[in-house]
Design a protein around this ligand. Structure first.
Ligand code: PMP
Length: 465
């Protein structure tokens, strides 16, 4: 292992064009999700000067295939002309206006378009500017709803193990990825955590549906016990993305919707990562034919061009806040950039592309190709599983295939793959011991082949010692 890392420490990305930017950056910029000392040697910092389609280009002219859609946001590639045109058109008219007391065409049209495609009954749209803020909004709205209808004992939240909902304090509290959460635990509200239906954990011979159904017993028992004090259950429908792309069967969502109805508990669907076609349908909830009480959207909402998020909810929730001013029942949450016109105009254009270009249909062939190529890696002695849901494919690496004993996180095997891929011109960013693909929908079959081939080489390198 050590040798691999040293070999790779020699990758020279500091070629002419990049070096000055890297030096200036490291003098002042503090990067997200990064141990900054890693940039001394382990991880090259790459300044990007332009993007085109699935490709990013650095200041030395090297190109990188963006296999992770720039943190799962980009849908139609970089520099997509129709989106740029929509942005240009809007910027000439209105860049920003307060959304309290004022409105504008892009936010109206976007809301109409979202209501038209969302699960039926989600008719109200509340805006924020990032995914975590959307989760905060949904959590506060659910809590506040129960208070407004006179059931203020309902103030707790149920979450799944291995879930991720963002990193502001409320969103962190309702998530469950230890790496991000543990240190801040003293600052967080107490939540009830139920075992995830994660199908990687299924018994030999058990189907995804059987496993997901069996795991639901924990949720049923928890709801039976705690419903009187619970406002909502929050889930990432079908794929726990930050939790190493673990997946489960839609039947779990069907059972959950039914139980939430029976126990009078809200269901919050965090579709921030899985929405907008990632799982094969526009929204993952559609695969279970359910309508959540709150649906959180961000990332692909603007095709990855501008920060924007939305929480969609029902008339019943909206009505509980609609009252005489003096009752002080209103939902007063606000952000300066709520419903920013530029972001809304881009989101409106993005939904237009889905409508006009038959995107979901076209993605089916791409997903089939990506899955088929990735499954060739199933035979690898250190690959425990290749799993797929629509346009998300994940490859789980293990130290011992027979026992599924994982590699210790300290070995940072994923980093070996990351570094190799960067050297080969592909941006892969394994989470723990899981390599995954979540590319923009404009990727070609040839580019998929390159992406999978580079991942295969990286896996060889990372697992050979
Ligand atoms: N929920 C889910 C499911 C996510 O994947 C993410 C981001 N990875 C978030 C919430 C938080 O979104 P943001 O990073 O925009 O705050």
């Amino acid at each position: 292992m050590a040798n691999h890392r040293e070999d790779h420490a020699t990758i020279d990305l500091m070629t002419t064009g990049n070096a000055p930017y890297v030096a200036r950056d490291l003098a002042h910029v503090w990067h997200p999700c990064t141990q900054m000392k890693d940039h001394e040697q382990n991880v090259p910092l790459i300044p990007i000067r332009r993007g085109q389609g699935v490709w990013l280009e650095d200041y030395s002219g090297r190109r990188y295939l963006d296999a992770i859609s720039s943190w799962w946001v980009n849908l139609f590639g970089h520099a997509y002309p129709r989106i740029i045109a929509a942005l240009r058109e809007q910027v000439d008219k209105l860049e920003q206006v307060i959304l309290a007391g004022f409105t504008h065409e892009p936010v109206i049209e976007l809301s109409e378009a979202l209501v038209a495609i969302a699960p039926e009954g989600l008719t109200r749209c509340f805006y924020a500017d990032n995914g975590s803020a959307a989760v905060e909004v949904a959590v506060k709205m659910s809590f506040h709803y129960w208070r407004n209808v006179g059931r203020s004992a309902k103030r707790r939240f149920i979450t799944l193990s291995n879930s991720y909902h963002g990193e502001t304090l409320g969103a962190l509290a309702v998530g469950n990825v230890e790496l991000y959460k543990e240190i801040y635990q003293p600052l967080l509200m107490d939540v009830i955590t139920v075992p995830s239906p994660d199908c990687y954990e299924r018994e030999a011979g058990e189907s995804w549906a059987e496993h997901s159904r069996r795991k639901f017993a924990h949720m049923e028992a928890t709801l039976a016990r705690h419903a009187h004090e619970v406002a909502a259950v929050i889930v990432e429908p079908l794929v726990q993305c930050a939790g190493t792309m673990r997946m489960y069967d839609p039947v779990y969502l069907e059972l959950l919707r039914d139980a939430c109805n029976r126990y009078e508990v809200h269901l919050i669907a965090d579709e921030i990562a899985v929405g907008f076609g990632r799982t094969g349908t526009m929204f993952a909830c559609e695969q279970a034919h359910i309508r959540p009480d709150f649906m959180c959207l961000s990332k692909g909402l603007t095709a990855g061009y501008l920060p924007l998020s939305a929480v969609m909810t029902t008339e019943a929730v909206y009505a509980a806040f609609y009252d005489e001013y003096e009752k002080l029942n209103a939902f007063l949450h606000s952000h300066s950039f709520t419903g920013n016109p530029l972001a809304c105009a881009v989101a409106r254009a993005c939904l237009g592309i889905f409508r006009e270009d038959n995107v979901l249909e076209r993605n089916r062939a791409l997903a089939a190709h990506m899955g088929a190529r990735a499954r060739e890696l199933e035979e690898h002695p250190h690959v425990a599983e290749v799993r797929q849901r629509g346009m998300i494919v994940a490859i789980e690496l293990v130290r011992d295939k027979a026992t599924r004993a994982p590699y210790a996180w300290q070995e940072r095997r994923g980093l070996v793959i990351y570094r190799h891929a960067i050297e080969r011109g592909v941006l892969l960013r394994p989470v723990g011991n899981v390599v995954y693909f979540m590319p923009p929908y404009v990727i070609t079959p040839d580019e998929i082949d390159l992406m999978v081939e580079v991942a295969r080489e990286g896996i060889e390198l990372a697992t050979c010692g």
